[in-house]
Design a protein around this ligand. Structure first.
Ligand code: LFR
Length: 467
């Protein structure tokens, strides 16, 4: 009998339910449900719609029941850093503010009154991003101190959904590291840091590793969706799941998990919290089995996604790529990681303004705009390769691009050219696959991570690009 494993993978722009099973030695996926996601403005703040998302989670589960494919287990992964705080009655406190909200602007200085930026990096190994949970909590403490006082538990987004499914509160390790409050040495909450910052110690739940059994569905949820199943922790940080599914078992490669963000890096067994790493803004996020994801956030497809929205979604990404090819000779470049692109009111305008400010030609057509974005992104990849090679003192011969963005053939070509590396693109559903792999490892379908990654290599098309 086949066992089905359900991944609910929710990214910043869309979510999906994917059932995975093993058939003739290969991983087979079936998409069951897909839904939109995005932050919406609520009284001036950019917020997530967690109630709606939880309804979508259950809708997808009901669809599994309808087609008679009941998962043996399920797990949820989402983007990192965001959280809810629950009061003594387990009600969400305040608004469900998302990481692109501006509430953390200027808040970093409050954190540095308590701990210097250097020491913070040495202690956590996590890159500075103004949206990290550490800064968001300081924003709560400063702007809504009563919320911090009321809080009895803090749950990261996937942990919150797991709680709604099972009634059990957990904190999954890979995502916990994105808070910038976990020690890469003890792999536990840095309680000293938490107390120094004045955050309520009691609200932090015990950290659990991927493959941990959370619980069965609560009676109410089981009744509503029509079945019961185990909830098992994947790497709940989407990037952690994506990295687990990179189809390679040597160490001669870099990966890019390509979606709303591009996360580019390598897997390592030890964290590197040196000043060299800090200066290049590399992070040491936790991975499955205490591996480290040594990587950097690059603005990713967010810029082209935003431009596309501003054009009322009139063009597909493929059409935007075609227009970019036609405008290939357009020369202006932007620093994709500049703060002005994180959450601009209008991305198109922000790009034009950047070009004006840097005395470059201002993109006048959609094609020029798209060419500028894709080429700037590829340039940023090339720069990141150089940084990693300098830091690790070695070279790498290829780049594995996984995730939805690995579909962008034009960007893959540009990446191969700009980095002068072979590019291997695929699988596209990397995050869901990694989520499923963790469940399969727990169930004993694979003995080792190496066997699971070989399974990915054997099961999905991977396209090679040369330079
Ligand atoms: C990608 C991602 C990144 C994280 C960003 C914000 O979806 O999870 O890894 O830095 O979103 O959480």
């Amino acid at each position: 009998m086949k066992n089905y494993y359900l991944a609910v993978d929710i990214g910043a722009s869309s979510g999906r339910h994917i059932l995975g099973t093993i058939e003739d030695g290969k991983i087979k996926l079936e998409e069951i449900h897909r839904f939109e996601n995005g932050m919406v403005k609520k009284d001036g703040n950019l917020c997530w719609e967690f109630d709606r998302l939880f309804d979508e989670i259950k809708t997808g589960m009901k669809k599994c029941k309808e087609i008679g494919k009941i998962p043996a287990s399920m797990g949820i992964d989402t983007w990192g850093v965001d959280f809810v705080m629950l009061d003594g009655e387990d009600k969400v406190i305040g608004k469900t503010v998302g990481y692109r909200d501006k509430r953390t602007e200027g808040i970093d200085s409050k954190v540095y009154e308590v701990i210097s930026e250097e020491e913070l990096y040495t202690r956590t190994g996590i890159q500075k991003q103004l949206f990290n949970t550490i800064y968001q909590l300081m924003a709560v403490k400063t702007q809504n101190p009563e919320h911090m006082e009321q809080a009895k538990s803090l749950l990261l987004v996937p942990d919150y959904f797991h709680y709604l499914l099972t009634g059990k509160k957990t904190t999954e390790y890979t995502n916990a590291t994105t808070t910038q409050l976990v020690s890469p040495v003890t792999k536990d909450w840095d309680y000293e840091l938490i107390e120094k910052l004045g955050y309520t110690r009691e609200m932090f739940c015990k950290i659990c590793m991927p493959k941990t059994f959370v619980g069965m569905l609560s009676e109410a949820v089981a009744e509503e969706v029509g079945f019961d199943c185990e909830v098992v922790l994947p790497p709940t940080h989407d990037t952690g799941s994506a990295v687990l599914s990179v189809p390679a078992n040597d160490d001669d490669y870099l990966y890019i998990s390509s979606g709303t963000w591009s996360l580019m890096g390598i897997e390592r067994m030890e964290a590197d919290s040196s000043m060299g790493s800090r200066n290049a803004n590399f992070t040491n996020e936790g991975g499955i089995d205490y591996r480290f994801r040594y990587l950097k956030n690059i603005m990713g497809l967010w810029m082209i996604q935003s431009v596309r929205h501003e054009l009322n979604d009139a063009y597909s990404f493929a059409q935007l790529c075609e227009m970019a090819v036609e405008a290939d000779s357009f020369k202006s470049r932007v620093d994709v990681n500049a703060a002005c692109f994180l959450s601009p009111d209008n991305m198109t305008e922000a790009i034009k303004q950047y070009c004006r400010d840097t005395d470059q030609a201002v993109p006048a057509t959609i094609g020029e705009l798209a060419a500028c974005i894709y080429q700037s992104l590829a340039d940023s990849y090339a720069e990141t390769v150089k940084e990693i090679e300098a830091i690790t003192g070695r070279t790498y011969s290829r780049i594995h691009i996984v995730g939805g963005g690995s579909n962008a053939g034009y960007l893959n070509e540009l990446t191969a050219k700009s980095t002068r590396k072979f590019v291997y693109a695929g699988p596209t559903e990397a995050t869901a696959i990694g989520n499923i792999l963790a469940q399969m490892l727990k169930a004993g379908e694979y003995e080792t991570i190496e066997a699971a990654r070989q399974g990915v290599f054997d099961s999905f098309p991977i396209t090679k690009y040369t330079f």
